[in-house]
Design a protein around this ligand. Structure first.
Ligand SMILES: Cc1cc2nc3c(=O)[nH]c(=O)nc-3n(C[C@H](O)[C@H](O)[C@H](O)COP(=O)(O)OP(=O)(O)OC[C@H]3O[C@@H](n4cnc5c(N)ncnc54)[C@H](O)[C@@H]3O)c2cc1C
Ligand code: FES
Length: 254
């Protein structure tokens, strides 16, 4: 079933990323996503960057569909369905470090708000850092990393995580970001023996576990994930290695 929702606010997070807010009564939890459509585009998955009654999606314009979404303004309608997937397992008794890489920061924002956990936001340059202003209202320790050193730690988010987590302070890490970052992060978590929950991305059509186009090994990312545990990811041969495009062709990362 799908719903039409009206956009009630649009904010610019950076030169290529916008947040669209809408009122929607469905219950949703941090890490879940919706399928989004307006005329003139293919339906695409988007994480919820806000999960209370007022919800939002945060869209990075990279291709035709996300550019079409960027044309929307206050008062325009979108068709959405969901929320889908398994989100983050939030436990108050575990000391958590949250990591958002690029637009993946939007997917971890609801978990940041709910936990107030220490957070790293990683980006390529200072112009690509998003939502640090919102996160800083909820967390005591917010660290920024940029690949080019134009803001905060000079290096990537996983290098910074290795530094911050070296004292053994954290029981678990929650993260969303590009797969190359998640691959290195998973490796670091195994080496440092820290639990992790990582939100993965694969091409999605139905979003609801039916079509099989988002399968990674024997897991459907839309239904069994998108958030997977360290042990689940450890046995995925596709993780960090290959994904399928819209035609089902295997595309290798490396
Ligand atoms: C669970 C999930 C949550 C996501 N959350 C966000 C988010 O919060 N913000 C955001 O900006 N992006 C998010 N994405 C990615 C977003 O769906 C793609 O960037 C978007 O579909 C690209 O479409 P395009 O036509 O603009 O670009 P294209 O040029 O068509 O594609 C660019 C990239 O996006 C991938 N892509 C295209 N269509 C899909 C699809 N139907 N499903 C998955 N990947 C696709 C392509 O494989 C390619 O790697 C999420 C993806 C998934 C799977
Ligand atoms: S998108 Fe159809 S099974 Fe996941």
């Amino acid at each position: 079933m799908s719903d039409f929702v009206k956009i009630i606010n649009v904010s610019e997070e950076s030169y290529d990323t916008k947040t669209f807010e809408f009122r929607w009564d469905e219950k949703a939890s941090p890490g879940q996503f919706i399928m989004t459509w307006v005329p003139g585009m293919e339906e695409v998955p988007m994480s919820l960057s806000r999960t209370n009654r007022i919800k939002s999606i945060t869209v990075k314009a990279i291709g035709p569909d996300t550019k079409r979404l960027h044309e929307l303004g206050i008062g325009d309608s979108m068709r959405i369905r969901g929320p889908y997937g398994k989100g983050f397992d939030i436990r108050k008794d575990r000391k958590t470090l949250i990591i958002g890489g690029g637009v993946g920061t939007a997917a971890v924002l609801p978990a940041i708000k709910e936990t107030g956990a220490d957070t790293i936001i990683g980006a390529r340059t200072s112009d690509d850092v998003i939502m640090d202003d919102i996160a800083s209202k909820y967390v005591k320790n917010l660290w920024i990393s940029t690949d080019d050193g134009s803001r905060g730690f000079h290096g990537n988010a996983v290098q910074l995580m290795r530094e911050k987590a070296s004292s053994g302070e954290y029981d678990t890490i929650m993260a969303c970001g590009p797969e190359i970052m998640l691959y290195d992060l998973h490796k670091a978590c195994v080496e440092m023996d820290i639990d992790c929950q990582l939100s993965l991305e694969r091409h999605m059509k139905c979003g609801a576990g039916i079509c099989g186009c988002c399968v990674m090994d024997d897991q459907r990312v839309c239904r069994d994930g998108p958030v997977f545990t360290r042990d689940q990811i450890s046995v995925m041969e596709d993780f960090g290695a290959s994904k399928r495009d819209e035609c089902g062709r295997a595309v290798r990362f490396r």
